[in-house]
Design a binder for this molecule. Structure first.
Ligand SMILES: [Fe+2]
Ligand SMILES: [Fe+2]
Length: 202
């Protein structure tokens, strides 16, 4: 996954470095992350409705809900106002973000059994979350903003390890599904860059 994503690293870092300097856009970006975290949490809940809800699953969905809350709260702090819901106005690239999540979920679910959907969809999302938040946290620490993703990253790392354990060793499947996600991520990121071009020429 890391090798496949090397191409994205520099542009993502540039984008984040630029956006954290612009409070209004930064807030909208964080509200988008909040929306994705919220969707993740809700997805876990819905997918486990007809099953025996375990403590592990409940913990996972509660933590994703807390991540949604974390980004919402930070977005409001940076914006200096409340950002209710996830609207076109207060959420950066709302529709592409919804599409990213929807396609990811549908595409992966179609390639695995019903039983496998929860761990595999989660695993692929956790890979992206860890990858992105690692870069984002580094950018934030250099920005002087009092915002750290440290505890959030620790939780995503735990989820990743847990999902790895559930999915078992299937390197071929992992590479295939991860490549599928990387393509969707590339598309979403392109939209973000178009919507909010890095202010290079300034
Ligand atoms: Fe999360
Ligand atoms: Fe997670």
């Amino acid at each position: 996954m890391a090798a496949n994503n090397r191409q994205h690293e520099a542009p993502v870092r540039d984008f984040l470095t630029d956006i954290v300097r612009r409070p209004e856009d930064h807030a909208r970006f964080m509200n988008m992350l909040s929306m994705l975290e919220h969707m993740g949490s809700r997805k876990i809940m819905v997918s486990q409705m007809d099953r025996t809800l375990t403590e592990d699953v409940l913990k996972h969905l509660a933590e994703e809900a807390r991540h949604a809350y974390f980004f919402k709260r930070q977005a409001e702090r940076v914006a200096g106002k409340s950002l209710d819901g996830y609207t076109q106005d207060n959420t950066m690239e709302r529709v592409p973000a919804l599409m990213y999540f929807g396609r990811l979920d549908a595409g992966i679910s179609a390639q695995v059994t019903d039983e496998e959907a929860y761990p595999w969809v989660s695993l692929i999302i956790e890979l992206r979350a860890c990858w992105l938040y690692e870069i984002y946290n580094d950018v934030l620490s250099k920005s002087g903003l009092k915002l750290s993703l440290k505890s959030l990253l620790a939780e995503e790392d735990m989820h990743l390890a847990e999902m790895f354990g559930m999915c078992g060793q299937d390197t071929e499947k992992l590479q295939r599904l991860s490549a599928y996600e990387t393509e969707l991520f590339g598309r979403l990121w392109n939209k973000l860059c178009i919507a909010s071009p890095v202010a290079k020429a300034a």
